[in-house]
Ligand binder design. Structure first.
Ligand code: PLP
Length: 449
């Protein structure tokens, strides 16, 4: 921190230079690594507007207009999800926090069924809690269980089928084998796994959860946005019956982060988070209709992320956003076809939503993990392309995981020709890495350059 400031123009110029020259340009068609889209201009502008107002959502007098905007956005999204009038929701600082909040509501609902007050007595009073999710569920589910005092060991990973979806038969068996002494807290279904975009069979999992008295949470952080599209909305069939849903519009939704929403089927579930605080929401203010949204979240001060979402929904409508979804899905299908047709690449998982997982087939099979890892870093260091990396089982669930590459296509202004160029860069980088493995010193030098 300088002793004397340089002035606003100079400060902003310095930051803009660093961010533009050294940052990632997500609107560049060669940027295809993560669930991190180029944000829409209208959303960026509305976000600046929201920051300028600096409203907060906890109390009525901290931001009445932004409270109304959040209520409008939540209504629009509960309708899109097919929930009825009893539904509600709240914006959170990200999908991980939406999952955490959902599991908190699920934990407290399970405790109430057992006659345990976990808020007063702590989780030790809750006998052997268990949370089920697929082996491909996002790691935030495990983290949430640790944070909520259930422990990561409460998580039971259910195997997936060859299309990366949770197997209901396996879940049914695990639920059946659970002893009476256990508390089944929740089944977490994923609607759009991070790497594969696969959607668990929501209706079947909901029926199983209900049968065993467990909460059904759908982590639709990635997949929810398909509801904007007429052709892809069917992937979310069954979502309507969930107890809660995580929605990340900073993934499919083209929002600057964070734009996450936790939806609940029954607003009474938020009772677990309700708080009366004299300086924020005294009872007589609430009774008179001067209420904020303090009782729906773990935060107190909360920025109005709904403003940018509202601006986007108004500007583009469902149809406009649906066209973006369809374009990105088509790009992923194109990438899938090109990869399948290229003998030096192996298609590991095709385009369910907007991702494609594949491998560069180095001639020597023993070098393939190394070459795939290196070629991605090579593209990154040279600034020519940004692609994702993960591990997957090319021959199905029984296979050993190997290092894979991933395209996450969320830029609706990219073209099929861009995808061809991107894959050509991957092939060139793969060939270069096969010929020459950089020493650690060379890799550092390249990175510094
Ligand atoms: C399926 C899924 N759930 C949750 C998350 C976590 O979202 P966030 O990064 O907004 O915390 C992600 C992130 O990629 C995700 O893919």
């Amino acid at each position: 921190m300088p002793e004397r400031g340089v002035g606003t123009d100079a400060a902003l110029h310095r930051l803009a230079t660093v961010l533009v020259e050294q940052g990632i340009d997500l609107s560049h068609p060669m940027a295809a690594a993560h669930l991190q889209p180029p944000p829409l201009t209208v959303a960026v502008a509305a976000d600046a507007l929201a920051s300028a107002g600096n409203a907060s959502l906890d109390t009525y007098d901290s931001g009445p207009a932004t409270i109304a905007v959040e209520r409008w956005v939540v209504d629009a999204l509960t309708s899109l999800a097919g929930f009825d009038d009893g539904a509600d929701g709240v914006l959170t600082p990200g999908g991980s926090l939406s999952n955490l909040t959902a599991l908190l509501l699920a934990r407290d609902a399970a405790a109430a069924r057992r006659g345990v007050d976990v808020r007063r007595d702590g989780v030790a009073a809750l006998p052997k809690p268990v949370v089920f999710c697929s082996e491909l569920a996002h790691f935030s589910v495990h983290r949430a269980c640790a944070t909520l005092g259930l422990g990561e060991s409460a998580v039971r990973a259910v195997p997936v089928d060859e299309r990366h979806r949770m197997r209901p038969d396996a879940l049914a068996a695990m639920l059946r084998d659970l002893g009476e002494e256990h508390t089944p807290i929740a089944v977490v279904a994923t609607a759009g796994t991070t790497d594969f975009g696969s959607v668990d069979p929501l209706a079947e999992l909901t029926a199983l959860a209900r049968e065993h008295g467990a909460w059904l949470h759908v982590d639709a952080a990635y997949g929810f946005g398909t509801l904007f599209s007429d052709s892809l909305a069917g992937r979310m069939d069954g979502l309507t019956h969930a107890d809660s849903v995580t929605v990340d519009l900073h993934k499919i939704g083209w929002q600057p982060a964070a734009a996450s929403v936790l939806l609940v089927r029954d607003r009474a579930a938020f009772a677990a988070l309700d708080r009366s605080v004299d300086y924020l929401n005294p009872a007589d203010d609430r009774a008179a209709g001067y209420d904020g949204l303090l009782g729906r979240t773990l935060q107190t001060t909360r920025r109005p992320d709904a403003v940018k979402i509202a601006a986007t929904l108004l500007a583009y409508g469902r149809h406009g956003l649906g066209q973006f979804v369809d374009t990105c899905h088509r790009l992923a299908r194109h990438a899938e076809a090109r990869i399948a047709a290229e003998p030096r690449l192996e298609l590991v998982a095709g385009a369910e939503l907007t991702t494609v997982v594949f491998r560069y087939l180095a001639e020597d099979p023993a070098t393939r993990d190394r070459v795939n890892g290196e070629l991605r870093r090579r593209l990154l260091h040279r600034g020519t392309a940004l692609i994702g990396r993960t591990s997957a089982r090319p021959a199905g669930p029984a296979d050993e995981p190997v290092t894979c590459l991933k395209l996450t296509l969320l830029n609706p202004t990219a073209t099929e020709a861009d995808i061809d160029d991107l894959l050509a860069l991957v092939l060139d980088a793969g060939a270069a890495c096969e010929r020459h493995s950089p020493t650690v010193a060379e890799a550092h030098e390249e990175g510094a350059a």
